[in-house]
Ligand binder design. Structure first.
Ligand SMILES: NC(=O)c1ccc[n+]([C@@H]2O[C@H](COP(=O)([O-])OP(=O)(O)OC[C@H]3O[C@@H](n4cnc5c(N)ncnc54)[C@H](OP(=O)(O)O)[C@@H]3O)[C@@H](O)[C@H]2O)c1
Length: 306
């Protein structure tokens, strides 16, 4: 994958891409920024930090995009269109991911695109030979860097007219531990961009500090068992399973932050499975926090019903 633009969103996408075991090329109008991001990725997730070897190359735009499978435009709204125009035939047949939110940042009150149009469709019009996919515009960089929210995988909404290009992006998203959601043709980017404008305007009123995520959750009840690696295995397996992998990771960060009275660990009596029961109407944040609390006191193998 090549990421054009080495800013905040690029960092989040890069972290998830490397977590998925993919090679990465970075480019920015300021080479120093791309180099600084490569160094910070290496320090955070590379072999010195106990991670797998990283394959991050810093290059100019033309070199970075040559021969890659997927090119991500992590650029402000006007620059994405400019790169799509400047790179012309080099983008022909390439999967080109548009991440931008064409928000009028002077007012935070509207989009700069004309009604019935999206930034992604503008890029597709400028470079019709590129296979444009809208993705990552509803995921704040903080959510990508965390990799999950409330123990659930990050939802990445996709829109595009080319099924193969969408499949490629979906595979990258999945490899990075997130859940791709295909919203339909590229014109759905209009709703995705408007959706994120709304998400942004709610940051202040809800005190979210750009650390929230748009996620779709079904109303359901499910049961899970805490397995020794600290994850939940749902049973019965299969739907409804939000991450498609048969398990939900519970973030240790969800453990209660306020000081808690010490609790003796629950040790199941031999041969008698210990069961913690809790029933919730939804997979809500409250449910997740309660589950994380339960995890904090439950021994591996404890059955949980909630
Ligand atoms: N940040 C988020 O959480 C988030 C979430 C969803 C979507 N997005 C979207 O993602 C896009 C990037 O946002 P961001 O927050 O990452 O912005 P950012 O931090 O400003 O990063 C953009 C980077 O692109 C560089 N750049 C500008 N023009 C370029 C060009 N022609 N070629 C190569 N590099 C170029 C910029 O360099 P200079 O600073 O030198 O111009 C800057 O380093 C925006 O469209 C935004 O709406 C962001």
């Amino acid at each position: 994958m090549a990421i054009v633009g080495a800013g905040r969103l690029a960092e989040g996408i890069a972290v998830r891409t490397l977590a998925g075991g993919h090679k990465l090329r970075l480019t920015d109008s300021e080479q120093g920024k791309a180099e600084a991001l490569a160094a910070s990725l290496a320090a955070r997730t590379g072999p010195d930090a106990g991670g797998a070897p990283l394959e991050v190359t810093v290059a100019g735009t033309a070199e970075a995009i040559a021969g890659t499978d997927v090119i991500v435009l992590a650029l402000p709204y006007p620059e994405g269109r400019q790169v799509a125009r400047d790179q012309g035939a080099a983008l022909s047949g390439m999967t080109l991911v548009d991440t931008c939110n064409p928000v009028d940042f002077s007012t935070f009150d509207c989009l700069l695109t004309s009604p019935g149009m999206s930034a992604a469709e503008e890029i597709a019009e400028i470079n019709p030979a590129a296979r444009v996919v809208k993705a990552f515009n509803t995921t704040f960089a903080a959510a990508l860097m965390a990799g999950q929210v409330c123990g659930l995988p990050v939802d990445v909404f996709l829109a595009g007219d080319d099924p193969d290009a969408k499949d490629k992006v979906a595979a990258l998203v999945r490899d990075g531990g997130m859940r791709p959601i295909d919203t339909g043709p590229l014109r759905r980017a209009r709703e995705l961009e408007a959706f994120q404008l709304l998400h942004m305007t709610l940051q202040g009123p809800l005190g979210l500090d750009w650390s929230s995520m748009i996620k779709l959750l079904p109303l359901l009840r499910f049961r899970g068992i805490l397995i020794p690696n600290g994850q939940w295995r749902l049973f019965p397996p299969g739907p409804p399973v939000p991450d498609g992998a048969g398990r939900l990771a519970i973030s240790p960060r969800l453990r209660p932050r306020s000081p808690q009275p010490p609790q003796a660990p629950r040790v199941p009596a031999p041969g008698v499975p210990s069961v913690i029961r809790k029933t919730f109407r939804t997979c809500s944040g409250a449910g997740r926090i309660a589950a994380a609390r339960a995890r904090a006191v439950a021994a591996p193998g404890t059955r949980l019903r909630w």
